[in-house]
Write a protein that binds this ligand. Structure first.
Ligand code: HEC
Length: 118
């Protein structure tokens, strides 16, 4: 009888583990669109969830990431120029050509424009 109880407890623990695993959702499903997820994954750490350049990494490392909600940034730089910065990096901003291909960079630029440009 003792054995049976041990086996039952083990099965319950194991089932619990399975249920827990099933609940571990893929983080990409937290975002409405793929591009929102990419911004959150690659850019928000520095530029912040709301684009104001106040992301945690940026603040912690005192990088002074660009404020994407600042009109003068958009006035001063055209798309090609901004794509260059995303692709090749700029000062403390890392280069993204390794992680995002040209099309994805363009999508992300369109996304930050729509989301943050005043
Ligand atoms: C490690 C922090 C960091 C990450 C991650 C980061 N940036 Fe930046 N970003 C910066 C900093 C710092 C600057 C300011 C660079 C400068 O002008 O000296 C900047 C500037 C910019 C600019 C203005 C570029 C220009 O030519 O003036 C754009 C646009 C931009 N980032 C977009 C992005 C996008 C899109 C992503 C995600 C793919 C991203 N950044 C990820 C730190 C970061």
């Amino acid at each position: 009888m003792k054995h049976l109880a041990v086996v039952i407890v083990m099965i319950i623990v194991w089932l619990n583990g399975l249920i827990w695993l099933g609940n571990q959702v893929d983080p990409s499903t937290k975002y409405a669109t793929e591009i929102e997820y990419k911004y959150a994954r690659y850019c928000a750490g520095c530029h912040g969830n709301d684009g104001q350049g106040n992301g945690r990494i940026g603040r912690f490392k005192k990088l002074d990431p660009a404020d994407l909600t600042d009109n003068s940034l958009w006035d001063m730089h055209d798309d090609e120029r901004l794509l260059d910065s995303i692709n090749d990096g700029k000062n403390d901003m890392p280069a993204f050509y390794y992680y995002l291909n040209d099309e994805e960079q363009r999508e992300i630029l369109n996304y930050i424009k729509e989301a943050f440009r005043p």
